[in-house]
Design a protein around this ligand. Structure first.
Ligand code: FES
Length: 106
């Protein structure tokens, strides 16, 4: 499947991903700047914060339990579409997923 990361400055990075991987892991594997994933996906850091593109919010599903609390710690503004990218697991339906990256994650 394909995931498209859009940086704050509009740069689009399109990467190939494996079904079952998370949006966070895929970013790290492909050196996509803007996703840090400090805690390795255990919902403890909020450095994998991203904004799911409006066209994809339904497909990506709702936030998981505990995601809201962790998002309170995110470095950037939390919006309706904010997600922790380590909690979005790729499925065939998410082929072409577009996520927007916050400015910084520290
Ligand atoms: Fe730490 Fe997602 S990688 S919360």
């Amino acid at each position: 499947v394909k995931v498209i990361y859009v940086a704050k400055d509009g740069t689009r990075t399109e990467v190939k991903a494996q079904v079952g991987d998370t949006v966070m892991q895929t970013a790290l594997d492909n050196d996509v700047a803007g996703i840090v994933g400090e805690c390795g996906g255990s919902m403890m850091c909020a450095t994998c914060h991203c904004y799911v593109d409006d066209a994809w919010t339904d497909a990506a599903g709702p936030r998981k339990d505990g995601e809201d609390d962790m998002l309170d710690c995110a470095a950037d503004e939390v919006k309706e579409t904010s997600r922790l990218s380590c909690q979005i697991q790729l499925t065939p339906e998410l082929n072409g997923l577009v996520v927007h990256l916050p400015e910084d994650q520290v």
